[in-house]
Design a protein around this ligand. Structure first.
Ligand SMILES: Cc1cc2nc3c(=O)[nH]c(=O)nc-3n(C[C@H](O)[C@H](O)[C@H](O)COP(=O)(O)OP(=O)(O)OC[C@H]3O[C@@H](n4cnc5c(N)ncnc54)[C@H](O)[C@@H]3O)c2cc1C
Length: 314
C-alpha cells in the first residue's frame, strides 16, 4: 500500500469512516449532510462489494441499476455534501488518545485525527477450505456469481453454501442458462421465499441437501468435484465448470479493539455504537447476510447517531 500523498486541509475531523462499501458511503453522505467534517478511507475501490455487482434489482425506487452506478452515485452525493473520500489507503488501527480523540493509523505510515469513528470494513468471503482451492481461484472457484458468472454461461455450476446471497447467485446462474447444483449441509434453503420457489421450480436447478463439496479436480481450470453425503459418507462425482462459495464472511474487525461476538462481528447498541464510546459500526461488519438497502439504511442511521453523540459530547 502506497503512502498517502494528498494534502488534507483538516487537522481534526468530526468523523472518520473506515471502509467505503455501501454502508460507509451512506454514512459519509448522511454525516456530510448533517454538517460534519468527514474523511472516508477505503483500502481498495470506493463502492466495496456492491461496486462489482452487474445488477442490483432490489433497491427501493430503482428498478435496475449496476452496482458500479449505484455506488459511484453515492460517492458523488457524499462529495457534494463536503466529505473527503479516498481509495487505495488501508487503515491499520484505531486508537483512542488520552484527550478522547481518535488516531487513525494507515499502512503507509500516515495518521489522521477524529472526534469519532465509524467502522464499516465489511468482511472477506469464507472459502471452502479444500485442497487445491487456491490453485483454482478465479479458474473455476469463485465467491461472486454476479461478477464471474457470465464466463460460465450455459455450463454446469455449483453453489456451495446457503442463505439469501446464495439464492440470488443461483438465480443469476440459471438465468445465464447454467445447470445449477445447490449443495448445502442444511436440510433446506434459506432466503427469500419467492426466489427459492422460483429456483425449486426451475428445470435447471438441482437442490442437493445434506451434502458438501469434498474434493476439487482439474488441470488449469476446475473440471470435476466430489460431493460427499454427510449422513452416508458416499461420494458422487460431478463434472462442473465452476463452484461459487457462499459460506458467509469473516468480518474484518481486527483494526478496532471493541467487543465482538464469537465469529468476530462487532457488537453494537441500539445507536450502532460499539463498546468503545465514540466508535460506531455499520454494515456487514455487524450483520452477515442482509441486503444492500439495509446496509445503506444502517450506514445513514450510524451517521445520525454519531452526530448526536458528538453534540452531547460537546
Ligand atoms: C458475492 C456477493 C454478492 C452479493 N450480492 C448481493 C445482492 O445481489 N443483493 C444484495 O442486497 N446484497 C448482496 N451482497 C451483499 C452486499 O454486497 C453487502 O450487503 C454490502 O456490500 C455490505 O456493505 P458494507 O459496506 O458493509 O461492506 P463491503 O461492501 O464489504 O465494504 C467494506 C469495505 O471496507 C473496505 N475495507 C476493509 N478493511 C479496510 C481497512 N482496513 N481500511 C480501509 N478500508 C477497508 C473494503 O475494501 C470494502 O470496500 C452480496 C455480497 C457478496 C460478497
Amino acid at each position: 500500500m502506497q503512502t498517502f500523498n494528498k494534502k488534507i486541509p483538516v487537522d481534526l475531523f468530526d468523523v472518520i469512516i473506515v471502509g467505503g462499501g455501501v454502508a460507509g458511503l451512506a454514512a459519509a453522505m448522511t454525516a456530510g449532510q448533517s454538517g460534519l467534517r468527514v474523511l472516508l478511507l477505503e483500502k481498495t475501490v470506493l463502492g466495496g462489494s456492491v461496486a462489482v455487482l452487474e445488477e442490483v434489482s432490489e433497491y427501493p425506487g430503482i428498478e435496475k441499476i449496476s452496482g458500479w452506478e449505484l455506488t459511484q452515485t453515492i460517492v458523488k452525493q457524499a462529495r457534494n455534501s463536503g466529505c473527503l473520500l479516498y481509495d487505495s489507503i488501508e487503515v491499520t488501527g484505531v486508537q483512542r488518545s488520552e484527550n478522547g480523540r481518535f488516531e487513525i493509523h494507515c499502512s503507509g505510515g500516515d495518521s489522521f485525527r477524529a472526534r469519532s469513528v465509524i467502522v464499516s470494513t465489511g468482511g472477506q468471503p469464507k472459502l471452502l477450505g479444500l485442497k487445491d482451492e487456491a490453485r483454482f481461484a478465479q479458474h473455476g472457484i469463485h465467491t461472486c456469481a454476479q461478477c464471474a458468472g457470465a464466463r460460465y454461461k450455459g455450463r454446469d455450476a455449483v453453489i456451495a453454501g446457503n442463505g439469501s446471497h446464495a439464492v440470488r447467485a443461483a438465480l443469476h446462474l440459471v438465468n445465464l442458462g447454467c445447470r445449477v447444483f445447490f449443495i448445502t449441509g442444511d436440510a433446506k434453503i434459506f432466503g427469500d421465499a419467492n426466489l427459492i420457489k422460483k429456483l425449486l421450480n426451475h428445470k435447471k436447478f438441482y437442490f442437493m441437501d445434506g451434502c458438501h463439496v469434498a474434493t476439487l479436480a482439474g488441470d488449469e481450470t476446475l473440471h470435476e468435484i466430489e460431493v460427499a453425503n454427510l449422513a452416508s459418507g458416499n461420494l458422487q462425482k460431478l463434472e462442473v465448470a465452476a463452484v461459487f462459495a457462499y459460506r458467509g464472511i469473516v468480518p474484518t474487525s481486527m483494526i478496532v479493539n471493541a467487543e465482538k461476538d464469537a465469529k468476530g462481528f462487532l457488537l453494537v447498541d441500539e445507536n450502532f455504537m460499539t463498546s468503545l464510546p465514540g466508535v460506531f459500526a455499520a454494515g456487514r461488519i455487524v450483520y452477515e447476510d442482509l441486503p444492500i438497502q439495509v446496509m445503506v439504511g444502517d450506514g445513514s442511521r450510524t451517521a445520525l447517531s454519531a452526530a448526536s453523540w458528538l453534540q452531547s459530547a460537546g
